[in-house]
Design a protein around this ligand. Structure first.
Ligand SMILES: [Zn+2]
Length: 454
């Protein structure tokens, strides 16, 4: 008989227009899916989990994170984007062994589960060998998180006689190997995407080849846009003219895109992921959030770099919202001399950016991103009985403006608890943190040795 779980008495923010909010309701889960949501559900055969005083939200979607950098936590906190390229991509990244990628990805994913994330877009751009890739993918599977593994290529300085990374097309054979293996079928927790260079970081020939490859294979292709001058100026216009730009294309950052081009990309169905804290820190300029909202679409959000900051998606939503309100308020004061009569963006919108909009970016909004019967049971329970969350007048405000990772009491991915009673269910964390520290320390010390020898 299938095991059924009844989450009982929660304050439910479904983020689904048909289900709506329930001040107090039950969620019945079976076979990894949500079976029913109602004020009261009778299910005597189900395991009853008391969720009174907790807020049930769709598990958060972290739409952009480079988990392989978890062992470098904090190291790049004072570095601009230029320093980051030099010391991380052209330096530290080249010293990773497969086991370094594995442990960093595992702890990065567990850190996200701990903070209520159920879907992690792991934008992995340090795959010098298939063994590195397999280590990352195995770590994601081990963590229990739902993951979109975005396969990308490393960015070292070229050795004599070797081409620059911007001239190297995405390795088709490697992507096909992954699609035949770990990513065969589309019903599991792992999805494959491509972390490509795009016209900002590649030649036109490479950008074109990578767009075609993603379309042929039917996978999402995501790329950074921003940071210095584009490798291929006018590249987007050419790709659009060639009919290669549409749904399934994802742009990360995009802050410097001119208005007319941004409008065209939005109209073609391109999605945008914003990493607000890191964008402001590293020099990407102001997040693109408001410019998307003005065009009737919304961003997904991501943490980006644990070498800089270790975010939870509630904090990321809070920063994205605060930044956009600041921009809108400043704009209004400049135009009219007064602040806007009402907030230009709501906490409810910010919550959608870390839930359903992340799902939409992945093309998985029919399966995840909101709480509704038939959807995957990816559910985060936030303990709203906490000192700093009482009294609970507005649960969405509590989640976006007041809660943090310490308030995440339970996390369920596809109906299976991966965090419960405030504790991660993955065992062996002490051992894993020791391995992570050893890995990060070895890499940093190795780079220092090489610099001193040079
Ligand atoms: Zn990034």
């Amino acid at each position: 008989m299938t095991r059924r779980i009844l989450l009982s008495g929660a304050t439910i923010l479904s983020m689904d227009p048909a289900v709506g909010d329930l001040p107090r309701g039950d969620i019945l889960v079976a076979d990894g899916k949500i079976v029913a949501i109602a004020p009261r559900i009778e299910a005597e055969d189900a395991e009853r989990v008391d969720a009174a005083g907790r807020i049930a939200v769709p598990g958060f979607v972290n739409a952009h994170m480079h988990s392989w950098q978890t062992g470098l936590r904090g190291l790049a906190a004072d570095w601009t984007l230029l320093e980051y390229f030099r010391w991380v991509h052209a330096g530290l990244a080249t010293l990773f062994r497969p086991e370094d990628i594995g442990i960093a990805t595992l702890v990065g994913a567990l850190g996200q589960i701990d903070a209520g994330t159920t879907t992690l877009v792991d934008w992995c751009h340090n795959n010098p060998t298939p063994a590195h890739t397999d280590a990352a993918v195995e770590a994601l599977a081990e963590s229990g998180i739902r993951a979109a593994f975005f396969h990308g290529s490393p960015k070292p300085d070229p050795k004599p006689g070797e081409p620059h990374f911007s001239e190297v097309p995405h390795p088709r054979a490697e992507v096909e190997r992954l699609l035949r293996g770990r990513f065969a079928g589309d019903d599991g927790l792992l999805t494959l995407g491509l972390a490509i260079l795009g016209p900002h970081y590649a030649t036109m020939e490479v950008a074109r080849a990578d767009f075609r490859l993603a379309r042929e294979l039917g996978v999402v292709a995501s790329m950074h846009q921003g940071g210095g001058a584009a490798k291929t100026p006018g590249g987007w216009e050419k790709l659009i003219a060639e009919g290669l730009v549409g749904r399934g294309i994802n742009i990360v950052h995009g802050n410097d895109l001119p208005d007319d081009l941004l409008g065209q990309l939005v109209d073609l169905g391109v999605s945008f992921s914003v990493t607000p804290e890191n964008e402001m820190t590293q020099g990407h300029g102001f997040p693109i959030t408001g410019r998307l909202l003005a065009r009737g679409v919304a961003p997904s959000l991501g943490v980006d770099l644990e070498s800089v900051l270790a975010g939870d998606m509630m904090g990321v939503a809070r920063v994205a919202l605060g930044m956009q309100r600041a921009l809108d308020n400043a704009d209004s004061r400049q135009r009219t001399g007064a602040i806007p009569p009402t907030s230009t963006v709501s906490v409810r919108q910010a919550l959608s950016w870390v839930t359903i909009e992340g799902a939409r970016m992945l093309g998985l909004d029919h399966r995840i991103g909101s709480l509704a019967p038939g959807k995957q049971a990816d559910i985060t329970l936030i303990d709203a009985r906490a000192l700093h969350l009482q009294p609970l007048h507005d649960p969405a405000a509590a989640v976006v403006m007041q809660a943090g990772r310490g308030d995440v009491e339970a996390v369920m991915v596809a109906g299976r608890f991966v965090k419960r009673d405030g504790r991660l269910l993955a065992g062996g964390l002490d051992d894993e943190l020791e391995r992570l520290a050893a890995s990060g320390t070895r890499i940093v010390e190795e780079l220092r040795r090489r610099q001193q020898a040079a």
